[in-house]
Design a protein around this ligand. Structure first.
Ligand code: TPP
Ligand code: MG
Length: 362
């Protein structure tokens, strides 16, 4: 069998592209409602212990699956959309995807793995090791879906195959799964987590086969020495030591700085990333930043972006339309807030994109 072809994507080529995103909807997934006290969400993996589904005599942690959010978005009938999963343990892939998203017409939804030492119960210094293991064991595959003229094309980078030894090492490394190993080895439950994950990956491989890009493996080439330092977020933050969201925000703002400079507006749902970068009337953000309700930030982000385009179409604004990034946690993405996100994503990837006056407004 011949090897699948690799699509080498250079940062310089991405930056030279003409496309421009309406809104980048960005979910950092720490797999629970963390800032409010580690409550279970639709993103929590099976049998992880949380404060609302604690492992004990009755249940061994969450009873239910980790929902797949990214692939269904490919089939909502969007006209132009960039979808991908990211992991800050793979920074070139991470930053490449942010840059490509911002340089793609329509809108985008990205989902980033976001370690939480506090909620997942492990030492702060293990955050990068655990993040890397997540992709290497097959738990957090890195893939991309580009929807152009309504047609989705799937591609991937790595993490589609389950490595059982690494998977067990992954589970063992976190207190939220400790009950599966002590006092006794709960083989059935461990096998089930692996089974659910493998089913998801088999489905993903099927989609890559049916809707595959001509070159199905994406490799981003980022010359990290050539990157401008990010100018969006001040140094220092109120996140926990070793917090994955810190790595995520750092890489996201660095990539966004390359594309947008400071012509950017962030909208943040209530979450760790929000509470840790704002306090009373003080904010760590150096560019315009809006904190909106837990559930409705996506709508606000769409409103801001579309309002600029309408003003421009009417001749009432002659500047460059700003880039807009919406940031939400998993609670506000999977659960409360999903309907806002889904509708805003469809509007910005279809209605705005196909509108006679609003499309291609820069
Ligand atoms: C309608 C509504 N319900 C509940 C809350 C309280 N609340 C604020 S943030 C949050 C959880 C956020 O979880 P997530 O989106 O995963 O972000 P994280 O804290 O994990 O970063 C909750 C329940 C709220 N602000 N509004
Ligand atoms: Mg969360």
């Amino acid at each position: 069998m011949s090897q699948p072809e690799r699509n080498i994507i250079k940062m310089e080529d991405l930056l030279a592209r003409d496309g421009k995103n309406n809104v980048l909807f960005f979910n950092y997934d720490n797999e629970a409602f963390m800032n409010t006290g580690i409550q279970e969400s639709g993103a929590t993996p099976p049998y992880a212990s949380t404060t609302t589904g604690p492992a004990g005599e009755k249940i061994p942690g969450k009873v239910g699956v980790k929902q797949d959010l990214v692939t269904p978005f490919a089939f909502y009938g969007s006209n132009a959309l960039f979808l991908a999963t990211l992991n800050p343990a793979y920074p070139n892939d991470f930053m490449g995807k942010i840059i490509e998203a911002l340089k793609t017409n329509g809108s985008s939804f990205l989902q980033a793995y976001s370690d939480c030492m506090r909620g997942w119960r492990h030492a702060a210094e293990d955050a990068v090791k655990i993040s890397k293991l997540a992709t290497d064991c097959g738990y957090w595959p890195l893939y991309t879906i580009r929807v152009t003229d309504g047609m989705p094309k799937f591609s991937y980078y790595r993490g589609l195959d389950i490595d059982k030894d690494k998977f067990i090492e992954y589970l063992k490394s976190m207190g939220r799964f400790r009950h599966l190993f002590k006092p006794k080895f709960m083989e059935k439950e461990i096998d089930e987590i692996i089974f659910y994950t493998e089913q998801r990956n088999i489905k993903l491989k099927g989609l890559i086969e049916q809707f595959g890009a001509d070159k199905p493996i994406d490799i981003y080439r980022i010359n990290r020495k050539a990157l401008e330092p990010q100018t969006h977020l001040s140094p220092g933050h109120g996140l926990c030591p070793g917090c994955g969201a810190g790595m995520v925000l750092n890489q996201m703002t660095t990539a966004a700085t390359q594309v947008a400079g400071d012509n950017i507006i962030y909208v943040n749902n209530t979450s760790c990333s929000e509470v840790s970068t704002s306090k009373d009337n003080v904010s760590s953000w150096r560019v315009p930043w809006v904190h909106h309700l837990f559930e409705s930030g996506a709508t606000v982000a769409d409103g801001i972006s579309t309002a600029y385009k309408i003003l421009k179409a009417k001749g009432l604004f002659d500047g460059e339309v700003p880039y807009v990034i919406h940031i939400g946690g998993d609670g506000s993405t999977y659960d409360i807030g999903f309907q806002f996100l889904k509708a805003a994503l469809i509007r910005t990837s279809t209605l705005v994109e196909m509108h006679e006056y609003l499309k291609n407004q820069k």
